[in-house]
Design a protein. Structure first.
Lengths: 316, 236
């Protein structure tokens, strides 16, 4: 659906996007994840034709954005960062205005506006000025504007930024619903958002892609170790060293220690089952297990490792 | 409905939904009413000539005030991304903005016909000159507005847009005011590019195609600059 090839954007001396390439499939929700300033917004602005790339190409449905910008814009619904709207307009006027701009045919114009009001739950605010609405409603109005021409592709730049937890859940479930029939590209710096809504994730850091995979693959790519979290009560100073005497244990990390209570992680190779051994070992030492659980690596861990690794590479 | 008229309608609506249009029209009426009234009652002159002398100066403030938000506000609030990622051409955006501000300016000019009617009751004005004066005002105002729209594309800050537009208009307005200091070849060029020189020609009642072509050229040139400046989109 979308093909990005060697895309680069320079702002003066600053390289905001550095030679990135990726393919977006025909359906599903794709997350573009990265810290603030990673180049997410710039990438999306180039895909939507808002600004031209310094180098590289963007294809949407096999059309090149440099030659077919207007045609491509008809296929894309774009929610810019901060969800800007014309604050002095009322909701209905805004939707009609956007519908006109998106060339919605006059035969279906009224129906589309009504559909959007229903889909995004705007019935109670239709006559109100947009600047009187809560942030959550403003976001819905923006989303309604972005999808009013029933585009094949929705590009949403930080769609839940600045919303309260309930509003975030609402917007996410709206996005999930829309993702069943459309291709959705969501940028975010919130890892939980990607975990909550996306099927596929592209991680960008300092203008470069550091990972481009399905969510499961990205999460499991760093899972060659099993990590067990322990809370142990033990009257010894050498607890950490004692663990190292077990040959299968790759390493241990002390997380916290209060009086004689240790909180630690024990890591070992993924293909082994070491839990019975660890249990027997602790029992023999006469220590008390207060807690023992397998630690699931979150996307956050993966993300931190990916971006830290990149940091080391640059330092070298 | 095409893109230009959608944008024009939307812009007109926001002029009248906010106090902007009323303040600008009110200011215009106040100043023109005062000039007209003082000439009529104090100097006992029943003519629109003084009015046509002063309106180009008032428009110098009014036009940038009307256009300063056109693109600058869209950039400041981020709605420029909405409009520029819709299937709308950049020149349609510029034209929509230009037409809407022109409508407001034309309303302002039209209101002053009221003064003409008053004059016709107490004297016998030359309607030919007056009509020519109005044509001149609309052309001159259009040129100011085109410069104003260009000024609005160069900054996110409306105040900077206003000042830049005002300064460009002032340069074009004053270009024939210091001709006695200039060498001959330069003075004819400076006179030709002067916004005021051509208006004075028309306001005398002589509608010359050269003057009309001059104003249309200025309008097209600055709207083209505005379009190019918008297309550059160095927004960061």
């Amino acid at each position: 659906m979308i093909k990005v090839k060697d895309l680069t954007k320079d702002y003066g001396n600053l390289r905001a996007v550095d030679n990135i390439s990726f393919d977006i499939p025909d359906s599903g929700i794709i997350g573009i994840l990265g810290p603030n300033g990673a180049g997410k917004t710039t990438t999306l602005q180039m895909i939507t034709g808002f600004m031209p790339p310094t180098e590289g190409e963007v294809y949407v449905d096999n059309l090149n954005i440099a030659q077919n910008s207007l045609e491509i814009r008809k296929k894309i619904g774009y929610l810019p960062e901060g969800s800007p709207t014309y604050a002095d307009m009322n909701v209905v006027d805004f939707l009609y205005f956007i519908a006109h701009l998106k060339n919605v045919h006059s035969d279906i114009l009224d129906k589309r506006v009504k559909d959007m009001i229903r889909t995004y739950g705007l019935e109670q605010v239709v006559g109100k000025e947009i600047n009187q609405l809560s942030k959550g409603f403003k976001q819905r109005v923006s989303l309604a504007g972005a999808s009013i021409h029933n585009p094949e592709i929705l590009i949403l730049d930080e769609p839940t930024n600045g919303l309260d937890p309930n509003q975030i859940v609402e917007i996410r479930s709206l996005i999930k619903e829309l993702g069943q029939e459309k291709t959705i590209l969501v940028s975010t710096h919130i890892l939980r958002e990607v975990e909550a809504v996306c099927d596929h994730v592209i991680i960008i850091d300092k203008g470069k892609i550091v990972a481009d995979n399905s969510l499961e693959e990205v999460q499991s790519s760093f899972h060659n170790l099993t990590q067990i979290y322990f809370e142990i009560q033990a009257d010894t100073d050498r607890l950490m060293d004692e663990f190292k005497t077990i040959p299968e244990v790759k390493n241990t990390q002390l997380y916290d220690k209060e009086a004689n209570i240790y909180k630690l992680y024990v890591n070992y190779a993924k293909d082994k089952e070491l839990r019975p051994t660890l249990y027997d070992f602790i029992k023999k030492k006469d220590w008390v297990i207060l807690e023992m659980r397998r630690h699931q690596q979150t996307l956050e861990d993966v993300f931190r490792r990916l971006t830290e690794k990149d940091q080391e590479d640059t330092n070298e | 409905m095409n893109n230009i008229s959608s944008i024009t309608k939307k812009e007109l609506r926001s002029y009248f939904y906010s106090p902007a249009a009323y303040i600008i029209l009110g200011f215009f009426l106040l100043v023109t009413g005062w000039i007209f009234g003082s000439h009529l009652f104090l100097m006992k002159v029943a003519s629109l000539r003084n009015l046509f002398g002063i309106i180009p100066l008032i428009f110098m403030f009014l036009a940038p005030a009307l256009t300063m938000r056109a693109i600058a506000e869209e950039r400041e609030s981020g709605t420029i991304e909405l409009i520029c990622t819709s299937p709308v051409k950049d020149n349609e955006i510029i034209l929509g903005k230009f037409y809407s501000s022109f409508v407001i300016l034309a309303i302002a000019a039209t209101i002053t016909i009221f003064y003409g009617i008053i004059v016709s009751f107490i004297g016998s004005p030359d309607w030919g000159t007056i009509i020519a004066g109005y044509i001149g005002l609309l052309l001159l105002g259009g040129a100011y507005l085109a410069i104003g729209i260009f000024g609005s594309t160069i900054s996110k800050n409306q105040i900077i847009s206003f000042i830049a537009s005002f300064f460009i208009i002032l340069l074009f307005y004053l270009s024939d005011k210091f001709l006695y200091l200039m060498p001959g070849w330069l003075s004819s060029i400076l006179r030709f590019i002067s916004l005021d020189y051509h208006f004075q020609n028309i306001a005398r009642g002589v509608i010359d195609t050269r003057d009309i072509i001059y104003y249309l050229s200025i309008i097209i040139l600055f709207l083209y600059f505005a379009k190019q400046s918008l297309t550059e989109r160095k927004y960061e």
